[in-house]
Write a protein that binds this ligand. Structure first.
Ligand code: ZN
Length: 352
């Protein structure tokens, strides 16, 4: 079985939501449930060895989409959030992560050596990511605390505006060039992440924000869960010009399994063939190269193709890639090694 390290999931968000309704997040993860996409039993079954687990700063309600008869839609940007409840949410989700670790459900990894060790122990290798930085103030004090707690990756914005920058709204079809980029505080955040060793994720930022980071950051560009705009022209996907910049920085694009970001028509339908995933991987490989394409499923955060279903179905994608001509070395890169390379760089970790 091909081991998969996946660049984006929202399992902490799902467990946190269930916890708020009286559920037990630790048992939900360790024993497994029917809900969502990732838990220990399903990760084992599908060869999901680890991944970036988002502390997703949650909007209380998504605005309604404006739709037309052609299936086109635009969801207005979510309202900006205050720091105080966002910080509470971030601490709650981080706490769930540590409780799962204490109960033996996974290992919180801070280095690639940690990830290797977790996999050898047969434990899910969880890396803490923060999706949207409303929990962090402009003086970056909370960043120090979250780093000390294990945070190793962040997106300066989710699809909202923050003190650090501007998020891209969900719209189809739409260019990702929907507004301004990083603020002055956002530029300081990027430099500080470079300095202390936190990966910067460009999924959800406007195109201008993408270019601001490209200019400032001394690290390979990472879009953890975005696809090719040339195939699915949703605002969240990357244009050919952005893909070229990822390639030139030796960066990484993680394939998002969300059907709305894979399908040409952008529809939210589980009846989306594996071919749509392969077509996207082929396109990405052609534009950024085999060393810069990886996976960023968005498990527990999006509608999955029926042929994947959840983490237990991951090897169906691996098998389809093999049939499409990807050999063992290619699969190792796409499924794991490319993530290790960019994380090792972002974390200032030597190859051992
Ligand atoms: Zn996301």
């Amino acid at each position: 079985m091909q081991a998969v390290f996946d660049g984006h999931n929202d399992v902490l968000y799902r467990l946190w939501k269930n916890g708020a309704k009286g559920g037990d997040p630790v048992a939900d993860f360790i024993e497994g449930t029917e809900q969502g996409h990732i838990d220990m039993p399903r990760a084992r079954k599908g060869g999901l060895a680890g991944g970036l687990c988002a502390i997703y700063i949650t909007s209380p309600n998504m605005p309604d989409a404006v739709r037309d008869e052609n299936g086109h839609y635009a969801i207005p940007l979510c309202q900006s959030l205050e720091r105080a409840p966002s910080l509470d949410i971030a601490v709650d989700m981080a706490s769930i992560a540590f409780r799962i670790e204490r109960a033996g459900g996974w290992k919180i990894c801070r280095t690639c050596a940690d990830i290797d060790a977790a996999e050898k122990e047969g434990k899910f290798a969880a890396v803490l990511h923060m999706e949207g930085c409303e929990a962090i103030d402009a003086d970056l004090a909370e960043l120090d605390v979250f780093y000390a707690a294990g945070l190793r990756s962040l997106g300066p914005v989710w699809s909202r505006n923050t003190i650090f920058g501007h998020g891209v709204p969900f719209a189809f079809p739409s260019s990702p060039d929907t507004g301004p980029g990083l603020t002055e505080a956002g530029k300081r955040l990027v430099k500080e992440c470079n300095r202390i060793g936190i990966a910067i994720d460009l999924s959800h930022i406007t195109e201008k924000g993408f270019w601001d980071v490209a200019k400032l950051s001394d690290q390979p560009l990472i879009a953890s869960h975005s696809n090719a705009h040339a195939i699915t022209p949703i605002s969240r996907n990357l244009t050919d010009k952005q893909l070229a910049a990822v390639r030139d920085s030796n960066g990484l694009v993680g394939l998002n399994f969300a059907v709305t970001m894979l399908r040409k028509d952008g529809a939210n339908s589980v009846d989306t063939p594996l071919y749509d995933m392969i077509r996207n991987i082929d396109y990405l490989v052609e534009h950024v190269g085999i060393d810069s394409v990886a996976l960023g499923s968005d498990f527990d955060g999006a509608t999955m193709p029926a042929e994947i279903g959840d983490a237990a179905g991951l090897q169906n994608l691996v098998a389809a890639l093999r049939t499409a001509g990807y050999d063992d070395a290619d699969l190792a890169k796409i499924c794991r090694e490319n993530w290790m390379r960019v994380l090792r760089s972002a974390w200032h970790e030597a190859v051992v």
